[in-house]
Design a protein around this ligand. Structure first.
Ligand code: MN
Length: 373
């Protein structure tokens, strides 16, 4: 068995150009900044994890720049000499030194899993309890163009068999304009594809109670996070008022959040993200709470590149409660692959790669090409 002690920690920043700009209510991106963390062990095995946020620090306060600083200055002295398999104790030590910063912690925690699994010659999902599935449906994120343009894009994807479910971002226009646009798209796609919306915490309680019933009438199947993350009571009231499920995203980062959401039935579905929750094990803990409360889960994304997407895919494939598909489309938005062998998307699903660790290998030339100087 190789020596699993961490000998060197390396954080690398990349900027990966996108195929088209990706917009949120309060931010837009043309390229995705990515932090890769490499944990090199004494025995020669290296694990990699990815730190990434959607379009900068608006979502949760972290950015790749804050992550690199936290990893280099505060995590590295704690990590050196520790064994990559001692994950829970190491994460406790990191949290004793650095509060919050869950996206940065996720990068390290995934790299520990990757190195540990590679040293054992097993896939990461084996360390998470084994497989519940080997592929997962991927919802496609539609742009912010007019209803006709967006519906045409969705119908083309449907015809090509690429995606069977679509997600629209809301919250950047007035509620009346936003709802009219989404309702038009939902009505065009009714009966042929699922339509979901994400308001990214942009609305308040009265706006939500006024406008969301109209989206349900238009055939929208799922409403993601209408109100700000801390507003659990408002989220619960909206969830109870609507005939379609509300999904928690910004309101759900820790297992304690999951308990509170479940207790209030504040959401009918949980969006799991390995990034926002500090890694694979916390994500599993949230999924266990969801399963105990009979709340289904969805595999969410922070627009991860291929490393982060694969980590999230292992978590989703090892978790029986993830029955509402995923939005693991990050690599499809990126103009170039970072992997030696691209991820396998087919028939609207992302398929788990085979091999030890995460089961994917970075292309060093691509990493060098997008490395921030
Ligand atoms: Mn979301």
């Amino acid at each position: 068995m190789s020596d699993l002690r961490i000998e060197r920690v390396e954080a690398v920043l990349l900027d990966v150009p996108l195929r088209r700009p990706h917009r949120f209510a309060r931010a837009s991106m043309d390229a995705q900044p990515i932090m890769l963390v490499f944990l090199h062990t004494q025995g020669g095995v290296t694990g990699v994890g990815e730190g990434v946020v959607p379009a900068g620090p608006w979502w949760g306060g972290e950015s790749v720049e804050t992550m690199a600083l936290i990893v280099e200055r505060y995590f590295t002295p704690i990590l050196l000499g520790r064994r990559v398999e001692d994950i829970d104790a190491t994460m406790t030590a990191l949290t004793d030194a650095v509060a919050n910063n869950l996206f940065a912690k996720a990068a390290v925690e995934v790299a520990m899993h990757d190195a540990w699994a590679r040293s054992l010659g097993v896939p990461v999902h084996t360390l998470l309890g084994g497989l519940a599935r080997t592929n997962i449906p991927v919802t496609w994120a539609l742009g912010t163009e007019t209803a006709e343009v967006v519906a045409d894009e969705a119908l083309a994807k449907l015809d090509a068999g690429l995606h069977h479910s679509f997600k629209l971002k809301m919250g950047s226009q007035s509620p009346a304009d936003d709802v009219a646009r989404v309702a038009a798209v939902a009505e065009k796609l009714a009966g042929s594809a699922g339509v979901r919306v994400d308001i990214n915490a942009r609305w308040d309680r009265p706006t939500s109670l006024t406008w969301l019933p109209r989206l349900a009438e238009a055939g929208v199947e799922l409403i993601e996070q209408p109100v700000p993350g801390p507003e659990f009571e408002d989220l619960a009231e909206i969830n109870h008022a609507l005939p379609i499920p509300v999904m928690a995203d910004e309101s759900l980062r820790t297992p304690a959040d999951a308990l509170r959401l479940a207790r209030h039935r504040a959401a009918d579905i949980f969006s799991l993200k390995t990034t926002k929750s500090g890694g694979l094990r916390a994500t599993r803990a949230i999924a266990e709470i969801a399963a105990a409360a009979n709340i289904p889960c969805h595999g969410g994304t922070s627009i991860e590149g291929p490393i982060g997407t694969t980590a999230s895919l292992h978590a989703a494939c090892a978790t029986p409660a993830v029955t509402w598909g995923s939005e693991l489309f990050g690599p499809l938005l990126m103009r170039e692959e970072l992997l030696a062998t691209p991820l396998h998307y087919a028939d609207g699903e992302l398929h788990l790669p085979e091999g030890p660790g995460l089961g994917v290998e970075l292309d060093p030339a691509a990493v060098a090409r997008f490395r921030r100087s």
